[in-house]
Unconditional design. Structure first.
Length: 299
């Protein structure tokens, strides 16, 4: 079985990259830099970027970037995917250089989500300096944060991540939008890779036109969450869920819309776990308090 270390980056597609520059600098508090072919890098730590924005025909989520430790692990993971019948393509040289890695492979899961696999990131280790004074982000070996992806082919998609890529189950939630007994229950699995973050990937059993339910980035203090909430309001960004604290990873956060039409969770205090001591569970509530998602459906 292969072993994924972390969600190293995410890639968003945008029809107007300048909107991501404004959103990144003035709301998220990240540093930005030009990327190849009119794209944009959003820098959150010593790496060149953690969010890459590419110029495209749609405003949507493009890809999840997973990293492994070295070339041997990369080759082993590619071989495991191919053995499982997954088509794996070598990325173009331009894509590899744009992602700033030694090698880059691309594959899709059974639900059609695009994933990028890499090893050996390239960076000058320039320190992160926020243009508006954000103290930093919780990244490092735990990656950029987490992503929640649509998984219409739920069983097949979960089997790929569990049996081929080595992800473990953190917890389960079963969701219904209405009290109608005829509405199908939609599964939501929170899963972890080889680092202590409570989850790096969650799979939601429904379609999502934007290609992603949400991504999460984490800051080291509650004050940074509050300041971001103020900036969101000042910049006129749409609120997708009110401030609250989750029952599973204990993250205190709020959600807002991104220029690529998927939500971003901005949070503090997420659990870091010893997986040898963790017991997976099913929660029957999303949050201990707060997190009113109905605001995201309001005009």
């Amino acid at each position: 079985m292969a072993k994924i270390d972390a969600l190293s980056y995410i890639v968003a597609e945008s029809t107007d990259v300048s909107k991501w520059k404004q959103f990144g600098e003035q709301v998220l508090g990240v540093a930005t830099a030009e990327a190849p072919e009119g794209g944009l890098y959003l820098k959150m730590d010593e790496r060149r970027y953690r969010i890459a924005v590419i110029k495209g025909k749609e405003d949507r989520y493009h890809a999840s970037g997973w990293e492994v430790a070295d070339q041997a692990s990369f080759n082993e993971t590619v071989a495991a995917l191919k053995k499982a019948g997954v088509e794996v393509k070598t990325a173009s040289e331009a894509e590899r250089q744009a992602r700033s890695v030694q090698e880059l492979a691309v594959f899709s899961d059974p639900s059609g989500n695009r994933h990028e696999l890499s090893w050996g990131y390239t960076t000058d280790f320039a320190r992160f300096v926020s243009p508006i004074g954000v103290e930093g982000f919780v990244t490092g070996d735990c990656g950029v944060g987490h992503t929640v992806l649509p998984a219409v082919e739920f069983d097949k998609t979960w089997a790929l991540f569990r049996d081929v890529l080595g992800f473990g189950l953190s917890d389960i939630f079963r969701h219904k939008f209405t009290p109608d007994p005829n509405e199908p229950v939609k599964r939501l699995y929170f899963t972890h890779c080889d680092n202590p973050r409570h989850h790096s990937l969650a799979l939601f059993e429904m379609a999502m036109p934007s290609g992603c339910v949400h991504i999460m980035i984490e800051v080291p203090s509650m004050d940074e969450v509050g300041r971001a909430y103020d900036r969101m309001q000042k910049q006129g960004v749409k609120l997708m869920a009110t401030l609250g604290r989750h029952v599973n990873d204990r993250m205190t956060s709020f959600y807002m819309n991104t220029p690529s039409n998927f939500a971003l969770e901005y949070g503090y205090g997420g659990l870091m776990l010893d997986w040898d001591k963790h017991q997976a569970f099913e929660s029957t509530a999303v949050s201990l308090w707060g997190h009113d998602f109905s605001v995201g459906f309001q005009a």
